[in-house]
Design a protein around this ligand. Sequence first.
Ligand SMILES: Nc1nc2c(ncn2[C@@H]2O[C@H](COP(=O)(O)OP(=O)(O)OP(=O)(O)O)[C@@H](O)[C@H]2O)c(=O)[nH]1
Ligand SMILES: [Mg+2]
Length: 236
Amino acid sequence: MKTLIFTATYNEIGNIQRLITEIFKVVPTSDILVIDDNSPDGTGQLLDSLSDKLKNLKVIHRSGKLGLGTAHIEAMKYAVDKNYDLLITMDADFSHDPKYLNEMMKLSELNDFVIGSRYIKGGGLGYGFIRTAISIIANFLARLLLSIKLKECTTSFRAFKKDLLIKILEQKVSSTGYSFFFEIVYIVSRLTNKLTEFPIYFADRVDGVSKISKQEIIRGVITLGKLFLQRIKLKR
Ligand SMILES: Nc1nc2c(ncn2[C@@H]2O[C@H](COP(=O)(O)OP(=O)(O)OP(=O)(O)O)[C@@H](O)[C@H]2O)c(=O)[nH]1
Ligand SMILES: [Mg+2]
């Protein structure tokens, strides 16, 4: 399967080079796409110098911090335009370990959508108490209100088959930030039954700082409410 691995970066200078090296070690035949939002720490310039040497590395620069959700949509469009069979998305801060890529690709043979899950047996996460609690509550509410069968619906370690991507891109996606991730799982769960999760350990980032803000959490709650009302209307 022609595979594209995508990550978005904003100030990941301490992670991105090692991440790219590790991904190519695990899946040397894949291509990597990075979308950088003009990171002030010089991540974009480092990516340019790496892509001069690595022909399988593509870099897209955007003018400023335009949001993680819009970066993922752009990656989906890129994957469809360039005719990739499979798109795998992951964070650039090593919370999503490249060692899981082979398993994800294997599961993708029989599924349209695969997600690395912290909340099924064998999975786990390295957050502190508060963030663990926020993550558990967010996943619980999303599953309950949106009737999602998967235990994990917020992390961005995912694989999408091409036909599913085409269908997703035909849908209206309202989120631009972090709530994008459960909105996509909600859309996916209405588009296909061939979806699965497998256990991952999600490490807390070691280098750099988190970009998730309180505002994003509030936006997430609003999006969840909107999608819930939409689902109720659809049911009637
Ligand atoms: N291009 C782009 N990348 C972003 C933006 N916001 C976050 N990212 C990247 O998206 C990924 C996830 O962001 P994080 O800050 O790690 O979010 P998180 O994993 O929820 O938070 P932590 O667990 O604290 O790391 C990282 O690779 C970031 O560099 C953005 O606005 N634009
Ligand atoms: Mg992170």
